[in-house]
Design a protein around this ligand. Structure first.
Ligand code: CA
Length: 245
């Protein structure tokens, strides 16, 4: 696998938050293989946890064992399609799991080359030279309204529809992920997270926090603590991966 120039170190955390009775977020990563995944499940009873677990396990397994001859963007798209089918089939078979689904944000690295895939409103950001940029575009009703100019970002934050996502894994027979190709530079810090973080903390706040001197583990713990202090209304999950020369 491409090891030219850039190596990654990573840390992750998940937390139930203060209001939910369970944690339906799941994450998995292998910095060695350059694969990182965060999923935020939804569905009654334990269904959300099933959906997010299946998605993380399947995508992680399929991307860590991917054929190096296959284009990574293709490999990511195929892994996500397969995870979608797997969740959808389980939901069809088991009425208790009916309607379950999950968001997904995944990152794949080969040296400086980075691919990010998302479905739903879990996000990937990149911090470069102290500036935070959102890589993914949310598949959510309010985000689409903002892009169409029908809502301001401020209105979107308080909209009663802010929880409505327009794409998820497992709820339909087929799903398409958005895939973004990037080039990493030494010093870049990538954040993959569920909406339990981004609903509580503004991008400016996350940017300021990540720009402080700390280990990745400390950054993860501080982000969760800050999200809980701001309300902790939902499960909170973050993966941080830093590119180093
Ligand atoms: Ca959530």
């Amino acid at each position: 696998m491409g090891r030219t120039g850039v190596q990654y170190s990573a840390a992750a955390i998940t937390d139930q938050g203060l209001k939910r009775t369970s944690n339906e977020d799941r994450f998995g990563f292998s910095a060695e293989d350059g694969v990182y995944v965060v999923c935020d499940g939804m569905g009654g009873a334990a269904a959300g946890e099933v959906a997010s677990s299946v998605a993380v396990d399947e995508v992680l397994k399929s991307l860590t064992g991917r054929d190096p001859a296959v284009d990574p963007a293709e490999a990511a798209a195929a892994a996500i399609r397969a995870a979608n089918e797997s969740i959808y089939r389980r939901a069809q078979r088991n009425p208790r799991l009916s309607g379950m689904g999950t968001t997904l944000v995944a990152m794949l690295t080969e040296g400086p080359k980075v691919w990010v895939a998302n479905v739903g409103d879990s996000r990937c950001y990149r911090l470069r030279n102290g500036k935070l940029t959102q890589v993914t575009v949310d598949h959510s009703l309010v985000d689409e309204q903002v892009r169409l100019g029908r809502l301001t970002p401020e209105q979107a934050l308080i909209s009663p529809y802010k929880n409505v996502i327009t794409r998820a894994l497992g709820t339909e027979k087929e799903v398409a992920a958005d895939i973004f190709a990037l080039e990493a530079e030494a010093g870049d810090l990538f954040l993959l997270c569920s909406d339990g973080l981004t609903r509580e903390l503004t991008d400016a706040r996350i940017e300021a926090m990540l720009d402080e001197e700390a280990t990745l583990e400390e950054h993860c713990a501080r982000l969760v603590a800050a999200a809980k202090k701001s309300g902790g209304n939902d499960n909170i999950t973050c993966i941080l991966a830093r590119a180093a020369a």
